[in-house]
Every structure is written in structure tokens, then in C-alpha cells.
Design a protein around this ligand. Sequence first.
Ligand SMILES: Nc1ncnc2c1ncn2[C@@H]1O[C@H](COP(=O)(O)OP(=O)(O)OP(=O)(O)O)[C@@H](O)[C@H]1O
Ligand SMILES: [Mg+2]
Length: 420
Amino acid sequence: MVTFVVTLMIVTTLSIRLFTEIKVRRTGRELTFDGRMGDYLANTLEEPNAIRELRIYNSTSYFTNLWAMIMKKQHNKRFSARKFEIKTGMVVAMVQTSAIFVVLVYLLNKMGESNTVTIGTISVLFLALLSSGGKIMSLTWPLSKLYISSSKLYDLNEVLTYKNRDFRKNNINNSTDSMLPITVSNVYFKYAKSNKNVLSNINMAIKPGEKIAIVGENGAGKSTLIKMLLGQYRPSSGTICWKDSPEPNGKVSVVFQNAVKFELTLRENIFLGDAHAPSDDAKILKVLEQCELIDLLHELGGLDVKLGQLVEGSRQLSGGQWQKLAIARALYNDAELIVFDEPTSAIDPNAEMEIYTKLLEICQDKAAIFISHRLGWAKNVDTIYVMSNGEIAEVGDHQDLVHHKGIYASMYALQSSWYK
Ligand SMILES: Nc1ncnc2c1ncn2[C@@H]1O[C@H](COP(=O)(O)OP(=O)(O)OP(=O)(O)O)[C@@H](O)[C@H]1O
Ligand SMILES: [Mg+2]
């Protein structure tokens, strides 16, 4: 009898545990794919370039929502797996406890027949009950797992309640106010923990529709100046006025030096330029065409193809294609100022010339700032600012600056000789 009950208990317990383990492992495998995507999105939200671009477009919430959705899905799957573990844990404990009681009753019965129930027997009964209690206590282990898993909710809550720490307003893209002209007066800027001014005595005005080129050697302060114009840093001294406001309050697009690679679909890579409005496929096709990416679209076979190398079936792009995509994303946003901070470094010089010339046409009714080390196209802009050591060394159009015979003229002469 005892052997039969103990064998039955062991077989039942092991079968239930094995079944539970298989089910939990299957859930774990499903969670790996969501987990990879969740990790990628979380890492992207920590990546300074990506966060900067998403904030400019005010699209951070699209990304955090996507991350939150995946985390919730993961949490629900984990929660139901844990619930299943708890239920099966209870069955196991009940089987074990019942088996012990059956054995005890059987033994006491046997002892009762021979009148051998003594204090010792009662102690055995007491210890057996304690042991059963221990088994019941084992019910709590799945509960502790549930507690650990629910701690992930705190992470989720932290990201969802994270406040935009820079001084741009959160509703920038909803604003219909113009932010031009931008007036920069006597601006000096140094990075935190640095004693040296990266920008000194900067004065400029950006008028509606004006096309501007900023040129200068590496480290001259071009990108820093752009970040100030976009409202990402405050001047150490001097003022920047976006029309009459001390804060930027209009729509602006930007393509930074290192194109952000969103490992999402082709459609999302464009739509993130203005994620507040519903996705507009006709507009997406228009900007893809403007950036000469229609061939790529046909090659991929549609807008829903995932880009990058994160998930099975996704397609990796070349550096130049990612850069063109970043430009298309910027054009998708109906901004009144669009900034191109050397987005063409991975694009060959001839294609860059074509793209910049074309961008000048596309941006006809917008103000645009172009930064590049290659000067061939700069003759077509209204104003060229030449930066050197954090200062504006020369200002004027191409003709003015060639006649001035300064930094721009010698850079231009040198580059012309390369291309001859
Ligand atoms: N986050 C930062 N913290 C401290 N110093 C910085 C930071 N970013 C840039 N700098 C420094 O500020 C100076 C100007 O940098 P910036 O990136 O504006 O130059 P740039 O003209 O855009 O150069 P490039 O042509 O290479 O893009 C450089 O000396 C650079 O080392
Ligand atoms: Mg730069």
C-alpha cells in the first residue's frame, strides 16, 4: 500500500513538473523574439543620436509606446506562464499532502489494531504534519517568481513617466506658429566640464525661405551651432530668439552627420519624421522618389519590409541608403526649417552634388541650412557662413567670398583643382 501511494505520488508530481517546465520553456522561447525587439527599442532610446532625432520630430512617444506595447505583451505572457506554474504547483502540493495523509492514516490504523499508539506515535504524526506543512509552503515559490517578474513593471513605469529634460517644448510639432526669423546675438558657448569656448561671438539671422551653407574645418563648431539653433543647448552667454520667443516653437527637420538606423519597417523609417499625423503612404512615396529610393522600394517589394538585421527576413541597407532614408524622413516632416548636417558623408561626391542641388529645389519654400566639407554646390545658396575655431570668420554669397580671397576662396580653389 505504502509503496503504491509513494510511487503514484512521485510519478504524478514528476509528470506535472515536466509538463509545466515544457510549457514555461516554450513561453520563454516566444519571449526571446519580443525580448530582442524590446532590447533594441530600449537601447535605441538610450542612444544619444536617436533620442536627439526623435525629440526634434517629437516622435519619442511613438518609440516608447512601441516599447511599452512589447513590454506589456511580454509581461502578459510571463504572467500567464507564472499563473500556470502556480496552479500546477498547487496540484503538486495537494497530491503530496494527500499522499502523506493517506500513508499516515493507513499506518495509524495498522498501529491501532495492535494497540501501539503511544506518545512516540503522536510525535511521528506531529512531524508528518509539519512535513506536510512544508510541502504546502513550497506553494510560495511560484509566488516569489511572480514578485520578481512584476518588478519589471517599475522599469516600464519609469520610462513612461520620464520627462523631457531639455528646454524644447513637448508640443513643438503641434504648433502652427512660425519660428523664423531666428536671430542669434553675441552667442558664446562652452560644453559642461570644459573651459574653452566652442562658439564665440556668433551673430546671424535665418530668414524664412533663406538657404544657408555653413562650412569650415573639422571641430570648427558647425554641429554645435546647429544644436543651439535647434534649441538643444542654451548659450553660455548671448541670446537666440526664435521669432519673438526665447524657446523654439515651430516645426524643424534635421538630418545629422550619422544617420540613425531605425531597425523597423521602411514605412516607419519615413513616418517617424512626423509620427503625430496618421501615416500617409502617398507622401511617403513622394519623399522616397525625391531621394531616389524608388528603385530600393521596388527591390524590397513594399513599405512593410523590416530594415536592418535584427529579425529574420529583414533587409540590411548600405550606409548611403540609410543616409538617403534619413533625408527622406526629414522631408516627410512639413518643417519650415530643415537642417542637413553633413548627411552625405557615405554618399559619393557626384551623388552628393546631385542630392544637394535637388534638395535646394525641394526646399524652395523652406529655410534650409546645409553643412558640408564639399563646396561645389554652395554657390547656389543665399548666404555662406565660414566657421573657424568657433567663430564666424566670413559671411557672404559665393561671389562675395571668392572676391574676398579669404578662407572660403582658398578652400574653393583647392577643391576645384581636385575635381579638374
Ligand atoms: N558633447 C561634447 N562635449 C564636449 N566637447 C564637445 C562635444 N561635442 C563637440 N565638442 C567639441 O566642440 C568642438 C566643436 O565640435 P563640433 O562637433 O561642433 O564641430 P564640427 O564643426 O561640426 O566638426 P565636423 O566637421 O568634424 O563635424 C570640437 O572641439 C569638439 O571636440
Ligand atoms: Mg559636425
